[in-house]
Write a protein that binds this ligand. Structure first.
Ligand SMILES: Cc1ncc(COP(=O)(O)O)c(C=O)c1O
Length: 231
């Protein structure tokens, strides 16, 4: 899937296809289903017209039934039914509570970094995707965002790099290009103790193979190339 993603927090985690709690279309009750089953059910039967596959709503604006009433949509930039189904589906696959779709991974990461303000500090994976490194080093640094790059495959280095003004740990798991992995559970436990976010850019794995939100109970955000944001 092209595009970027923020996911809210937490559910069931694992490294391979597992069984998850999913909602059966029409019946509305919860069942346990495989990841692949959950994936093919995304959006099925959810459109008001009864369309089985969720339609692609290509319009920009939505009319209101009457003054003071709304269908929940007014303009596609702020909300679009097709995008909502995608966001809910990916969030569900990731065991998250909320997803936000973007047209690229860098758009997702840019929006994610806008959570922070001048003087905030991030601990960041040193073997980082070039675009993310340049975004932090050339763009956000100009706005006063500070970063320390460490080998996040060693959790003790991450803990040592945390400062008074650290607001988040930004992990790439696996990293691009060296495919290093980090102990998300251990690192997010440290983050939780400090009251800061753990962010996981999980671009390679897809939720079929890995759900970073499921590791531990810390505050996390996830980028799934996609960003996993785990509060
Ligand atoms: C780890 C990682 N993060 C972010 C990106 C950026 O994604 P996009 O090209 O969709 O902007 C990439 C692209 O390859 C990537 O590998």
């Amino acid at each position: 899937m092209a595009g970027g993603f923020f996911i809210g927090r937490a559910g069931i985690g694992g490294y391979r296809e597992g069984w998850r709690r999913g909602r059966i279309p029409f019946a509305g009750s919860y069942v346990i289903m495989k990841t692949s089953t959950m994936a093919v059910q995304i959006g099925v039967g959810k459109d008001a017209t009864g369309a089985m596959s969720f339609p692609i709503y290509q319009n920009a604006t939505f009319s209101h039934p009457a003054f003071g009433q709304s269908t929940g949509y007014d303009y596609s930039r702020s909300g679009n039914p097709t995008r909502r189904i995608l966001e809910e589906g990916i969030a569900q696959l990731d065991g998250g509570v909320r997803g936000f779709a973007f047209s690229s991974g860098m758009a997702a990461i840019t929006n994610l970094l806008l959570l922070f303000k001048q003087g905030d500090h991030l601990v960041v994976t040193e073997d980082l995707y070039g675009g993310t490194f340049r975004l932090i080093d050339k763009v956000f640094a100009r706005h006063g965002l500070e970063a320390t790059y460490v080998d996040t495959s060693d959790a003790s280095r991450v803990a040592e790099a945390i400062r008074e003004n650290t607001r988040a740990i930004l992990l790439e798991v696996p990293t691009n290009p060296l495919l290093k992995v980090a102990d998300i559970r251990k690192i997010s436990d440290v983050a939780k103790d400090k009251g800061i976010l753990t962010i996981v850019d999980n671009t390679f794995m897809t939720p079929y193979l890995m759900q970073p939100l499921g590791f531990g109970g810390g505050r996390r955000r996830v980028q799934r190339h996609q960003v996993h944001l785990r509060p």
